[in-house]
Design a protein around this ligand. Structure first.
Ligand SMILES: Nc1ncnc2c1ncn2[C@@H]1O[C@H](COP(=O)(O)OP(=O)(O)OP(=O)(O)O)[C@@H](O)[C@H]1O
Ligand SMILES: [Mg+2]
Length: 280
């Protein structure tokens, strides 16, 4: 039986983790998704919670999952809810996946098949089958959307409880999928409570289960920021006393590659983290 290009691609799309590997390789040069990332891509459970190390690949894998859902479910409404900058970043990752898939299709079928959004702006992407991916800041605006197919809360432990309380009822009606993803942030707040709620399928990935995190960089972080910091950000632990961690997190955020460190001390720490100077 000879399959048409559309039938062939529909079959590939039908194997989510295979499709994910194709687009993530093209978009970001991944050799292969990690086993937990493949499980997450396939997972159809209604309630999913990810308590995973920094930089383990949460946001990227969720972007692949979101685009896959949008391309395979007519009229799907997919919401990314996070602090504004984060949800914009999540949508940017989705956009990268869409262009990678478009490039793959054009190349394979000599420009006769493509994947293009019909609307693409700073806060949303819409496809010809009527599906949409929308990035929302984690505030009261979230309430305005009805019957979502999938709601993803990225960096969930940094969102207010009110945001979560507003989302849960929307999903009751649509029976949509809810995905909470974060590193821990203390023992108060909904992310901590939901972590032990049995309705969720859990994903827990510590830094040493992530092949791209170098033990040496963790050793340095332990020395510079302390044990508690590493436990929370890389070892997925919910700590009781996190007051000292707030300043550390702010410090790290200020170390974005795009932002210059603003004191000499921070510049030095930055150099150590980048491996430019040895820690004595
Ligand atoms: N399977 C993989 N193969 C190669 N690179 C990967 C893989 N998974 C993730 N990455 C890369 O790791 C980096 C971190 O990914 P991502 O931002 O998705 O992680 P995160 O867990 O959301 O991080 P953060 O905690 O900082 O928000 C990115 O550069 C991403 O492309
Ligand atoms: Mg992330």
């Amino acid at each position: 039986m000879v399959l048409s290009p559309a039938e062939k691609e529909a079959r590939i799309l039908g194997v989510t983790e295979l499709w994910g590997d194709i687009v993530a390789k093209r978009a970001w040069g991944w050799q292969k998704s990690d086993p937990w990332q493949r499980r997450l891509l396939k997972c159809q459970d209604r309630f999913i919670i990810l308590n995973c190390s920094r930089q383990s690949g949460k946001s990227s894998t969720l972007a692949v999952k979101a685009v896959h859902k949008a391309l395979t479910t007519p009229k799907a409404l997919i919401l990314f809810v996070a602090e504004q900058r984060q949800s914009n970043e999540d949508l940017r990752k989705c956009r990268e996946i869409v262009s990678a898939y478009d490039e793959y299709l054009r190349e394979k079928y000599d420009n006769k098949m493509l994947c293009q959004a019909i609307t693409d702006n700073i806060t949303s992407i819409e496809f010809d089958i009527g599906s949409r991916i929308i990035a929302l800041p984690g505030n009261e605006k979230v309430r305005g959307y009805s019957a979502p197919t999938m709601v993803i809360l990225d960096e969930a432990s940094y969102l207010k409880d009110e945001v979560f309380v507003g989302i849960d009822p929307m999903l009751e009606v649509s029976q949509g999928q809810l995905i909470l993803a974060s590193t821990p942030n203390g023992t108060s707040g909904f992310f901590h409570t939901e972590w032990t709620n049995p309705r969720y399928t859990q994903f827990q990935i510590r830094w040493n289960e992530c092949p791209r995190i170098d033990p040496e960089s963790i050793r340095r972080k332990r020395l510079i920021y302390g044990e508690a910091y590493v436990k929370q950000e890389y070892e997925t632990e919910f700590l009781d006393d996190i007051s000292s961690l707030f300043s550390e997190r702010a410090l790290l955020k200020s170390m974005d590659e795009t932002e210059a460190p603003f004191t000499e001390d921070m510049a030095n720490i930055h150099k150590v983290l980048q491996g430019e100077v040895e820690l004595i």
